[in-house]
Design a protein around this ligand. Structure first.
Ligand code: NAD
Ligand code: UFG
Length: 339
């Protein structure tokens, strides 16, 4: 298939490009490089031994996006482009609504103009909000507790309405749990531009000596060791879920929300221990107050992905830690090192 990938230079998008090419798809990337750089695409080109064609375009620029769409004429779109920091989303909410909602509207409009009827969308487990029961299945009520989550929930609704109104259209709404890890080559990985918000990149920076110690946000949760439990999913498994979702979209109509997680939870302290084992480094940490808005546990029921997409997570916790360590230690400054 001809697949247009918005946000393809980002963390999850770049890993998905590798998988798309491995499956024989033809790709074209649209990215504003707001949170990435062309160096990422140069590395994907190197790993796949073929230049990745791209346009530096903001998805909200309807004219420019329309030109790309008309020239490439995709069979399907994978829509990663967006803003994703929970804390920042309550400080600059309008920008989050603009990029994540207006950007999605602009994209669907451009797709309509060329008759493209298939889309795979990056949603998030954050759409569920506080758990009424666990694991989260796709029927769990959605009540996001932050602006970022609201934008994902609203974009899902936009996509559902578009799919209902567009004959033969298909929208797959992938609700990611906690993506971690890096490409097996150690040439691609997560490269936060600022102090990492998320656990795994922070731990990796402590291990490599870029930060002194990890702050563990609370040890008094109702979990076995008192620290927060999450469903970490290896980014390469997540990338495979996208090619599986494309196959599914190709043979279905309507909108479908599907969790992408392993169903297995690990606590903060278990992650720290696993990372210390994988890296052979000490990970100094201190217990501090809970982070506002955090929940004790988040876990996916992955049954729907197993069944509809014929997809199962394969990588282990050690794979997640070892690949993150290889990426971090071989690229201590992320993608900024070369050039
Ligand atoms: P990322 O920031 O690494 O990638 C997003 C990409 O989109 C970047 O390359 C950025 O430059 C680009 N972009 C941003 N705004 C744009 C715009 N207006 N026009 C064109 N390009 C734009 O993030 P990621 O971790 O790869 O996440 C990808 C998607 O998955 C996002 O939509 C995110 O909300 C969602 N998601 C991520 C996580 C996670 O923990 N990483 C979890 C759940 C959902
Ligand atoms: N944590 C720490 N110290 C840190 C960072 C995190 O102790 O420096 C803890 C958190 O309290 C939590 C766990 O590590 O218990 C995981 O935290 P992350 O920030 O890595 O992940 P979250 O589950 O909080 O957030 C992620 C995504 C969000 C998404 C959310 C729900 O980053 O985008 O999952 O799907 F909204």
């Amino acid at each position: 298939m001809r697949v247009l990938v918005t946000g393809g230079a980002g963390y999850i998008g770049s890993h998905t490009l590798i998988e798309l090419r491995a499956q024989g798809h033809e790709v074209f990337v649209v990215d504003s490089f707001d949170n990435s750089s062309p160096e990422v695409l140069a590395r994907v080109s190197e790993l796949t031994q073929a230049t990745v064609p791209f346009a530096e375009v903001d998805i909200r620029d309807r004219a420019a996006l329309g030109d790309v769409m008309a020239a490439f004429r995709p069979d399907a779109v994978i829509h990663f482009a967006g803003l994703k920091a929970v804390g920042e989303s309550s400080v600059i909410p309008l920008r989050y609504y603009d990029v994540n909602i207006s950007g999605t509207l602009s994209l669907l409009d451009a797709m309509d103009k060329v008759g493209c009827k298939r889309i795979v969308f990056s949603s998030s487990a954050t759409v569920y909000g506080l758990p009424q029961y666990l694991p989260f299945d796709e029927d769990h009520p959605c009540a996001p507790t932050n602006v970022y989550g609201q934008t994902k929930h609203m974009a899902e609704q936009v996509l559902r309405d578009w799919a209902a109104a567009t004959p033969e259209a298909s929208a797959v709404l992938l609700r990611y749990f906690n993506p971690v890890g890096a490409h097996v080559s150690a040439r691609l990985g997560e490269d936060p531009s600022d102090i990492p918000n998320n656990l795994m990149p922070f731990v990796a920076q402590v291990a490599v000596g870029r930060r002194e110690k990890l702050s563990v946000f609370g040890d008094d949760y109702d979990t076995p060791d008192g620290t927060g439990v999450r469903d970490y999913i290896h980014v390469s498994d997540l990338a495979r879920a996208h090619t599986a979702a494309l196959r599914f979209a190709n043979g279905s109509i309507g909108a479908e929300a599907i969790n992408v997680g392993t169903g297995q939870g690990y606590s903060v302290l278990e992650m720290v221990e696993a990372f210390a084992r994988a890296s052979g480094r000490d990970i100094p940490f201190e217990i501090v107050a809970r982070r506002p808005g955090d929940i004790a546990r988040s876990l996916a029921a992955p049954d729907k992905a197993n069944k509809l997409l014929n997809w199962h997570a394969e990588k282990t916790l050690d794979d997640m830690c070892a690949s993150t360590w290889a990426w971090q230690s071989q690229n201590p400054n992320g993608f900024r090192e070369e050039g």
